[in-house]
Each structure stands twice: as C-alpha cells, then as structure tokens.
Design a protein. Structure first.
Length: 616
C-alpha cells in the first residue's frame, strides 16, 4: 500500500499532469498520463485493517443523533464489520447472489455493505427514492429483476414498510433489517452466525478481481443497468487519485457529504477517499434543496470540512444561502480548502462568484477541481489536478487510465481503458458486448475535445453526449448538452432545467422546468397556485421566460443554437416515471417520450412571434 501520512497541514499541492499522446492505425488519438500507476494488490478492505491498526481512535464515520453526533472509530468499525459478517454469512448470499441494500447513508449501511464485501458478496445499494415514492414501486421491481439478489436489506422497516410489503408479496426473496417492526423481516443481530474463522477464510479469498458492488446506473439516459464494480476498480481509483492530489499526503480528508451511496459519486468517491486516506466522512442528513439546505449548512458549519464534494446544483444552492449569510460563508470558506464538482460542469458565472465571495470574506479562495467518469469507471477516468480558468475543464487521464478520442459526427467520442473500468454489466452480455470496442475501450456515449490540441496536458473539455444530439430539418446538427448548459444558465434562478426538442423539426424547442419556490415568492402565489400547470397561465412568468430566451438568442443566434419555441412543463419531472434521478438529473430521453404528443403540438404551431410560447 502507499505510505500514508496523517496530519493537518493544509497547503494544497497538486501533482504533475503531463500527457502522452499517440495516434493509432485507425486515426484515433489515445491519451495517457505520464505518471505510472504501479498498482499494488490491496483492496479497500485492507484500508479498514490498516487504519484500525495505525490510527485506531480516529473517527471514520459520523452521523447525526438525537443528542448530537454518533461516531465510529476505525478500530470499532473494523470490529463491527467482522461481527456483522458473522451474521450475514449465515444467509444464502454469494458471488452471484448479491445483497441488495435499501437504506439512507448511515453507519449501519456502511457496516452491512463492508461486511458483505468481506465475505466476497457483491452489494447493490439502491436509491431510497425508489422505495419511498409511488405506489407500484416499478423502478424497485425492475432493479430486483435485473440483479436477482439473494437477500434484501432494509435499514428500517417502518420507513420502507410499503416497499417491504411489496417485495414480500411479489418475490420469494428473504429480507432483513437493522431495525425491524415486521414479523416477516428479522433484525440482522437475530440471525444465526458463522464463526470468525469462517469469516476470515472468506475474507482471504477476496482479490481485486472479486466483484464488490453491482451499481445501478442513474437512468438519466435510459433504463438503469447493473454495473459490475470490482475491488480493483475502486482501489485503483483511489490509488491514482492519491498520486494526482499530493495534498492528500499532508491534509487528511474531512468531508461532510449528502451524496447518496447508491450512486458512484457518493458511494465510491466520498466514502472511499476518507477510507483510503484515514480520513473522516460526516454523513449530512440535509440536502441542497429547499427545506433541507439549512440542515446541510448547519452540518458544514459544525464540522468545518477541509474538502467538499458536490454537484453543480448543490454548489449553487450553497452559494445562494451564503450570499445572504456571510457568517456561515466565512466558516465554510475558512475550512474548505478544496471543492470538487462532478456530474456536470459548474456554470462559469457560479464558479466566478464562488471564488469572488470567498476572496471578499476571507482573502483567499478554495481550489476548484473537477473530473469526468461514470459508474462504469468507479468513477474517475479523468481528473483536474492543476489550475484552470475554464469551468468545463475535466482534466487529464488518471494514472493507469487511457482515453481514446474518436471522430463521430462533428464531435470526438470519448472511450476509456484501464483498471478502473468495469468488466461489464450484470447478467447482460448484450449490453456488455455493445459497450466495448475491439481494443477493449469502454464507450459511454460522451464526447470531449482537447482545450489545446498542441498541448494535451492543458486538459479536456466535456462536449456533451453523442447519443443525445439530433439534426434539424435543415440537416444542422444540434449539440444538446451545449445548448442545455447555456439555456439553463440564461434562465436561472427562475427555471431549473430544460429538455431540448427539435429532432426533424425546423427549429429548436424547449420544455422548461420552473423553480416553483422562487417564482411563488416573486409573484406572491398562494399554495393552490404553486404547481407547474398554473405557472403557464401567469402572463408575467411567461413574459419573463420569453425575455430571458430572447436575450439568449441575441448571443446564440445561429440556427444550431437559437431557440424558436418553448413551453413550461405542466408537471414537475417524476422519479416514479423515470423522468428524473434522485440527484436531480433529468432523463431527457424519458421526458421526450413521455411528453411526445405535447412536444409535437408545440412544434406544429405556426410561430408568429420571435419566440413561440405553447400553453398546454
């Protein structure tokens, strides 16, 4: 293992980012990090044992409790993982019968997950939204049908009672829980046990090639698939990141994170960066959405983390609160030395204001870093480890990872090969075969380009998805991601997001998602009026959207970018209908399909104004 250093010196050192390039026989460009990986044979399980011995009393994980905080040290975590494994070992779970976990982020969730992995059993953490909302639980059933778990673990049968009843009624799959008030579902501690010697034997059989997780894709571009995550993928990601971010040698990570462990960002980055480096992760029971952001800020101010991971929407929510409360902002900026943004690019305006506010309040600003990857790359494929004035810079390949750029349409498709890449999809040979090219590179449908073709070490820019782009009737290609980013920036804070329409049409259209809370305050809407369908009847709101889009069109006036028509979506996107993920990402494909008739009506109308508004 890497020689770890535990201290709190907070100077931010960034590593080399030299890139080697070559052009293959097909004319594709392949990028490699000049820094070799030199991966050893350990796993994240070894990190538990390492820190339990080297730093036994350091807090690994912390969560809110009724009387303050509940904490678990590395020594206690290691002991309780083994104890939990003795109970799980009595169940009918194995390498091909995963343990499915339906639970919010918690210490108990972590204990169950690492106990199963200790036994060589893959875990499938499922978004709790699929077990909380709706009545039919179709998304949950789809995941169960895909994974075919040996056992399903619920953190609390009171919270998930309806989902648990649905599972018991539709599947012959045993269920367990940490806290159970249902006779049909036993508590973990009441299970029979295997011996510690048996646990040790199974633990010793775990290698880097052992499957650690079957992670479900977010579903933001289609139906979720089960992505195999091996121990090699998770460990190599942290091993490479440690080389790219040398400051981890001097600054032991302390995180406050709300990001759900059912997704790779929360489960594979936030948990593992703390575990790999002997740091502490504080589970944030808030969320960067109205009604919950206050709790997040309270947690941030109490813990004062030195590194902060978030998505752009989360950063924007924090920034809006910090503009109104400089005392809280000072506390956050004084402690957070690094802010990492993933899942999408932080808008330039937001990025600049974040730095400006920090400079105004404390005289310095945190390092703003980013990266690119997916559930299939566990998740880092590229990482920014140098200063860049471009918020869209996703950095350079991780050590040991190769990035291939292949011309597709008017873009360059990105493909990845390395120890961080999945061997395939769970029980889905067809999807696996389609995901890899003849050279073993995994293609996720994303596009990118070099910031400076003459100097690849300056990084890559994410350039949308090749699978989302479409042509207008004129034959003009429309870059969906570029338009969406620009449009959303123009419409904020009154509208949250947009679906881009116009395939085989004469011009580009939008379905825009309103920020109901902001618009309700602005126009004094009462509770009966605070729904999307009513907003399209408020002339001031329609006029405001029209004016903002006209300003956008003055900047982006070409046919490939200009907006000709729009509508305010009459219903907020639904998790149950697969229109939005629990992290707030729109599933453009699902929304286009679900609202196809209304989109056709919008494009069928004759446009008499500069921008046509369609009222559903």
């Amino acid at each position: 293992m890497i020689d770890f250093v535990l201290n709190t010196n907070q100077e931010i050192a960034l590593g080399r980012h030299d890139v080697i390039t070559e052009v293959n026989a097909q004319g594709d460009m392949v990028l490699r990090n000049q820094e070799p990986l030199n991966l050893d044979e350990h796993t994240m399980l070894d990190c538990i044992d390492h820190w339990a011995q080297r730093s036994p009393n350091t807090v690994f994980m912390r969560e809110r409790a009724a009387d303050g905080w509940s904490e678990i040290s590395y020594k206690e975590f290691a002991s309780r993982v083994k104890s939990t494994a003795t109970h799980l070992g009595s169940l009918d779970i194995s390498a091909d019968k995963p343990l499915m976990i339906i639970a919010p982020n918690s210490i108990n969730h972590a204990l169950v997950a690492f106990a199963a992995m200790t036994l060589g059993v893959p875990v499938t953490p499922v978004s709790i939204a699929y077990a909380l909302y709706g009545n039919t639980f179709e998304r949950l059933k789809s995941i169960i049908d895909t994974v075919k778990p040996g056992v399903i673990h619920f953190s609390n049968t009171n919270i998930f009672k309806n989902a648990a009843k649905s599972v018991l009624a539709n599947y012959d799959i045993p269920c367990i829980a940490f806290n159970s008030d249902m006779d049909e579902i036993p508590a973990v501690r009441s299970l029979a046990q295997i011996t510690e010697a048996e646990v040790t034997e199974r633990r010793n059989a775990v290698t880097q090639d052992t499957i650690a997780k079957v992670m479900m894709t977010s579903g933001s571009t289609g139906n979720p698939k089960g992505v195999i995550n091996t121990h090699r993928m998770m460990y190599s990601n942290q091993f490479a990141l440690y080389k790219m971010w040398p400051f981890l040698k001097q600054m032991t990570p302390s995180l406050v994170s709300w990001l759900p462990w059912s997704h790779t960002f929360g489960g594979n980055v936030c948990v593992n960066i703390a575990l790999f480096n002997g740091g502490t992760i504080t589970i944030d029971d808030g969320k960067p959405v109205p009604g919950h952001i206050g709790r997040t800020i309270e947690n941030l101010c109490m813990i004062e983390p030195n590194i902060h991971f978030n998505v752009p929407a989360g950063i924007e929510a924090l920034l809006a609160e910090f503009e109104d409360n400089h005392r809280q902002a000072r506390i956050f900026f004084s402690s957070a030395k690094v802010i990492f943004i993933a899942a999408a690019a932080l808008p330039e305006k937001t990025r600049n204001r974040l730095s400006e506010l920090s400079m105004e309040l404390i005289g310095s600003s945190p390092k703003l870093l980013a990266g690119w990857g997916s559930t299939e790359t566990a998740p880092f494929a590229t990482c920014l480890n140098f200063d860049s004035d471009k918020s869209t810079n996703i950095g350079v390949p991780m050590p040991g990872t190769e990035i291939k750029l292949t011309p597709v349409q008017d873009k360059q498709a990105l493909a990845v090969r390395g120890p961080n890449v999945t061997p395939g999809y769970w029980r889905n040979e067809k999807a696996t075969a389609e995901a890899f090219d003849e050279d073993g590179f995994y293609s996720m449908g994303d596009a990118g380009r070099l910031i400076n073709p003459d100097n690849p070490s300056e990084g890559l820019v994410f350039d949308g998805r090749t699978s989302e782009n479409f042509k207008l009737l004129s034959g003009t290609w429309v870059n969906v991601n570029a338009i969406r980013v620009a449009v959303v920036t123009a419409l904020k804070p009154y509208f949250l997001d947009a679906v881009i329409t116009g395939h085989n049409q004469s011009e580009i259209g939008l379905l825009i998602i309103p920020n109901i809370e902001r618009l309700a305050k602005l126009y004094n809407l009462d509770e009966t009026q605070q729904h999307a369908a009513h907003l399209q009847s408020v002339n001031e709101i329609v006029e405001q959207a029209t004016n903002l889009l006209q300003e956008y069109n003055e900047i982006y006036y070409s046919n490939s970018k200009r907006i000709g028509r729009f509508a305010i979506i009459p219903e907020q996107p639904s998790i149950e209908k697969n229109e939005i993920t629990d992290k707030g990402y729109l599933n453009q494909r699902a929304l286009l399909a679900n609202w196809s008739d209304l989109i056709d009506q919008m494009h069928a109308k004759e446009r008499k104004a500069s921008i046509y508004f369609h009222s559903f």
